[in-house]
Design a binder for this molecule. Structure first.
Ligand SMILES: [Zn+2]
Ligand SMILES: [Zn+2]
Length: 656
């Protein structure tokens, strides 16, 4: 590259590979203006060598700069965080005793923590505050950063006005070149300020489509021993249309919330007296679980896996060898029995390794694919447990593959195909990420190169698209992560395929090669559901409780037209049950239409109406839960059709 940069000029690299010459002391905004005035108008921040910074940041010669404009993925973080300061400014104006904490951006919005000793913010207040925020933002204040040169003086000033949380943060960051941001009016007058390191929008004028959602209590810095703050949550978007779409998605997500459906559909419960994060599976969801497990086992058997069952506890010695007792100790439950300490397993891997190690292996016996629905326990913080999403006890659909280096690529492809097949049947879309070597890692570079190249080769040969997550692998090996996308576009963590250089070393795993030399096998950890709890949560929300027939706990509800038809209905139900169809008869003294509606609300796929005519012709009148169409057919025909639908694990009704 021919840089013409001198002391008076800067050469800036742009994402397309081109360069731009700018005058000395130019900022991100100057760069945007030099490219085009229309770009400058919609620019809100810059990424310099990968760091997100204010648009007003001065550039250095040789910087690689990406301009972030309104609507870019990165722009939302800046919009949301800046809006949190406006919330703080308005709250402090409205409640002069309010002391400010922190105000980060969240996934879809922001929050800000306040301490107000003499007032509790209500939901009604939120509407008022929201209105005032919009008014404040329309003042088009510019944001200006000032570094704090004299930290001690500023600390005294903060403490003098009771801003002790700000003081605490400044004290902590005193050596990080701390800064404050000022909101400036048209005349450069300082309207309000907050301790922060940014980045922020250049002006408040961009903030229009904001909505405050809730207020709740939160401990300062998440520490139960510290002050209780009032946390105000909100969401903000670049325009009203985006905001409206978000609110609709949120409403839909709330309707589908698995904890809500767990109550209305009688799926699972969690009990204080048993402990947080411990799931009690009620009959309906237990049926879904058993069906998923059967399906999983069948597919794994076809893919050449063998099943094992391992203990729930093991002596500390095992976890010392595996290394878990040092790097995973805080997450493990231990039990003392006489003089011996045991650990409740947080992972199944060491047990599978012991089974592999139990005999000498020849290259001819590899790959070994060892699978187990293994129940593990991990000590998650009580504040972090959440429905089926974050639990303390769960069952992993775990498997470990031990193979040779020559088999490695093919084994990765085998797992990928299995993931594709299983998710395909469940109707879930997915995306793929490859995470590569992190800064702190074990294993030499050639091992990492071999492993990463193998993962990429496996995916490339399959024509799979994937993103690279540089540096995000585990310290013991690279991995492939699958992200699931549900019916309303939300993304969930799904399958993982994880290489491991660590355990084969620690347990000294070997096999004999064709030349009768000993060699370390390659070890792959993989889970497809992740855990049975996680996949059930995703499926409850994905199907909004309306499971496809093969998963539904009750597949058929027989509805007798009158009491006198009960016996005939029960006879048909028995025939269905004999054919492995889960059927029940609604014999309650209710009207037929009520029973049909009730079955539809419970998301039971099929309702069979039985009256005089049906009995006489040995027929049933079939309804599917979604529509009110009714089709009459012989009992034998219904059995044939529904059995086929269940066998195919179809997502749709045979009536469609
Ligand atoms: Zn800030
Ligand atoms: Zn494992």
């Amino acid at each position: 590259m021919n840089s013409k940069a001198t002391a008076e000029s800067l050469t800036i690299k742009l994402p397309d590979g081109s360069t731009k010459e700018l005058g000395a002391k130019s900022t991100g905004l100057d760069l945007a203006k030099a490219i085009s005035s229309s770009l400058a108008k919609k620019s809100i921040a810059i990424e310099v060598n990968g760091d997100l910074l204010d648009l007003s940041t001065a550039l250095n010669d040789g910087d690689e700069v990406k301009i972030v404009t309104v609507g870019d993925k990165k722009s939302y973080e800046v919009l949301r965080h800046t809006t949190s300061h406006i919330l703080a400014a308005v709250v402090q104006k409205k409640y002069p005793n309010a002391k400010v904490g922190v105000g980060p951006a969240t996934e879809n919005g922001f929050f800000y923590d306040f301490r107000i000793d003499d007032y509790k913010i209500t939901d009604e207040d939120l509407l008022e505050i929201e209105k005032e925020m919009k008014k404040f933002a329309s003042g088009a204040y510019t944001l200006q950063r000032e570094f704090i040169a004299d930290v001690d003086t500023r600390l005294k000033e903060f403490r003098a006005i009771g801003e002790n949380y700000k003081a605490e943060l400044l004290e902590e960051h005193r050596d990080d070149n701390p800064s404050e941001y000022f909101f400036l009016d048209n005349n450069g007058g300082k309207v309000w300020s907050d301790f922060c390191r940014g980045p922020h929008l250049p002006s408040t004028k961009f903030i229009k489509s904001v909505k405050l959602t809730t207020v709740s209590g939160a401990y300062w810095r998440g520490d139960e021993a510290k002050d209780v703050m009032q946390r105000v949550y909100g969401t903000v978007w670049w325009n009203d249309e985006e905001l409206e779409q978000h609110m609709k998605r949120k409403e839909e997500a709330e309707k589908r919330d698995h904890r809500r459906l767990a109550r209305t559909m009688d799926l699972f419960s969690i009990h204080e007296e048993a402990g947080a994060g411990l799931i009690h599976w009620h009959s309906k969801l237990a049926t879904v679980r058993m069906e998923l497990e059967d399906f999983w086992k069948k597919e794994h058997r076809k893919a050449g896996y063998e099943f094992v069952v391992t203990p729930h506890i093991a002596k500390t010695e095992l976890w010392d060898i595996s290394g878990h007792n040092s790097f995973y100790k805080d997450n493990m439950y231990s039990l003392q029995v006489d003089d011996q300490e045991y650990i409740l397993k947080p992972m199944n891997c060491p047990f599978h390794v012991l089974i592999f190690k139990d005999k000498k292996h020849s290259y001819r016996e590899l790959p070994v694919r060892m699978a187990e629905m293994g129940t593990v326990y991990r000590n998650e913080a009580s504040g972090a447990v959440h429905g089926l999403a974050r639990v303390r006890g769960f069952t992993q659909d775990d498997a470990h593959i031990f193979c040779t280096r020559q088999q490695y690529v093919e084994e990765i492809q085998g797992v990928y195909k299995l993931v594709e097949k299983i998710y395909g049947i469940l109707g879930l879309e997915f995306t793929v990420e490859v995470s590569t070597k992190p800064e702190k890692a074990i294993g030499d570079d050639s091992l990492w190169e071999f492993a990463e190249a193998g993962l990429k080769q496996a995916l490339n040969e399959l024509g799979a698209t994937y993103d690279i997550n540089a540096g995000d692998g585990a310290f013991y090996g690279p991995k492939i992560d699958f992200q699931l996308k549900d019916a309303i576009g939300r993304v969930w963590q799904g399958a993982t395929i994880q290489l491991d250089f660590n355990l084969p070393e620690r347990f000294d795993l070997t096999y004999n090669t064709a030349d009768n030399e000993t060699e370390r096998p390659v070890m792959i950890h993989r889970a497809i559901f992740g855990s049975i709890e996680r996949i059930c949560m995703v499926l409850i929300e994905h199907f909004a409780g309306a499971f496809p027939t093969w998963l539904a706990a009750d597949q058929v509800m027989l509805v007798p037209v009158a009491d006198k038809h009960n016996a005939a209905a029960q006879k048909i139900a028995d025939e269905l049950i004999d054919n492995d169809i889960r059927a029940k008869v609604d014999t309650r003294a209710e009207r037929m239409n009520y029973k049909i509606r009730d079955a539809q609300e419970k998301q039971i796929p099929y309702m069979l109406v039985i009256g005089d005519q049906e009995i006489e012709n040995n027929e049933v009148s079939v309804r599917y839960r979604r529509d009110n169409k009714q089709k009459t057919m012989p009992v034998s025909e219904f059995i044939l059709q529904i059995r086929e639908e269940i066998k195919k694990r179809s997502l749709d009704s045979f009536l469609d």
